[in-house]
Design a protein around this ligand. Structure first.
Ligand code: HEC
Ligand code: HEC
Length: 317
């Protein structure tokens, strides 16, 4: 009941905003059907983003580590992970993505969720470890974040508790982010492919994995050129170079090749394979179901980044 109420309020706010910005003369259509419609649209947008763009559900669920790209174990969506990020992922300690279904978050207000997602501060006021890409989410359109909030509130409650984090360094070394103004963030017009592609690439935090690690952390002068090796008990894989460098990046890839790579790698046949130690961290099963136009926009944006020569061996010994 409480959940329904909050969602209804959100939907009404969204409708009200739309109404006041569009026309002052016309009467608002406040029939229950149109408000249910707009809520449904909002949850659908949130579901799309959380599963295929910002991939919240990828981290915050149990993954099937035996199969290609570690797809989600059905029924565990948002209920928290079964394994911790640790040394293999450059975390000084162990951090497990917690349960974000209503079973865990029912007492969080929308403001608290918004703050967690865009500033990295949880309900207790603690900083969330920045492996969760809230620095990227902080640049998203507020309506997209509200859609994600509406969607995670609609998830089936999963009863599952994850271990508390253990860090070898003080958390004060990291975040949280300062209080920004989400209202300033605007989603670019999808017709502007490069700008919209940049928005999606940031929202999907592609650079978090695809930026090489220098001695002092990520080397943004070589952003998207890959090379970082993830080495953990399940697999050992190096991140690919996705800059437009022809010899060592994806400079020779056509738009069609790029889109097909995502579609093929998210196909049932691929997800059924068991690659053993040659598995990958790249969440193909999630990103692979991105809309084709969105993948094309990401491709268009990636064509504009600086080509960097960096030969990467995908499966180092
Ligand atoms: C790369 C993995 C990753 C992604 C992607 C990710 N998260 Fe997280 N998230 C985490 C981890 C790990 C923590 C816990 C960090 C800690 O304990 O310091 C966390 C914490 C949270 C919390 C705080 C929960 C609590 O009980 O304190 C919320 C809420 C949350 N995430 C929501 C989201 C949403 C919504 C998205 C997508 C927009 C998302 N996360 C994407 C890894 C991720
Ligand atoms: C969690 C880490 C991670 C994230 C996030 C990530 N990638 Fe990857 N990506 C990898 C790894 C590891 C590989 C190499 C292994 C493989 O091909 O699966 C890879 C490979 C690729 C390849 C294949 C390149 C080749 O030469 O075969 C493309 C294209 C790609 N990523 C694009 C993206 C885009 C676009 C995004 C954001 C939407 C993204 N990646 C986000 C880890 C990641």
């Amino acid at each position: 009941m409480k959940k329904r109420l909050t969602l209804a309020v959100l939907a009404m706010m969204a409708m009200a905003a739309l109404y006041f910005s569009s026309c002052k003369e016309k009467k608002a259509e406040t029939t229950s059907t149109s408000s249910a419609d707009s809520l449904q649209k909002m949850v659908a947008r949130g579901e799309y983003l959380a599963n295929h763009v910002t991939v919240c559900i990828d981290c915050h669920s149990i993954r099937d580590t035996g199969h290609f790209s570690m797809p989600i174990v059905p029924g565990t969506e948002g209920g928290g992970a079964a394994f911790a990020f640790g040394k293999g992922e450059f975390v000084p300690g162990e951090v497990t993505p917690p349960n974000i279904t209503p079973a865990a978050l029912k007492d969080w207000s929308d403001e608290e969720l918004l703050r967690a997602i865009t500033r990295g501060i949880n309900k207790k006021g603690d900083t969330i470890f920045p492996i969760m890409p809230y620095h990227s989410y902080s640049k998203m359109d507020k309506s997209d974040i509200l859609a994600i909030v509406a969607y995670i509130r609609s998830l089936k409650p999963v009863e599952h508790t994850t271990p508390a984090r253990k860090l070898d360094v003080p958390m004060s070394m990291f975040g949280p982010l300062p209080d920004g103004n989400l209202d300033q963030n605007k989603m670019p017009d999808p017709a502007d492919k490069v700008a919209y592609g940049a928005y999606l690439t940031r929202s999907a935090a592609c650079a978090d994995c695809h930026t090489p690690m220098g001695p002092k952390g990520p080397d943004f002068s070589k952003v998207f050129s890959g090379g970082t090796v993830f080495d953990n008990p399940v697999f050992k894989v190096a991140v690919a170079n996705i800059t437009p460098d022809t010899a060592t990046g994806i400079g020779a890839w056509t738009e069609e090749m790029f889109v097909n790579k995502f579609k093929t790698n998210a196909s049932e046949a691929m997800l059924q394979t068991r690659p053993g130690r040659q598995n990958t961290f790249m969440p193909w099963s999630m990103y692979g179901n991105m809309k084709e136009d969105d993948l094309k926009a990401i491709y268009a944006f990636l064509r504009t980044v600086k080509p960097v020569t960096n030969k990467v061996e995908k499966f180092p010994k």
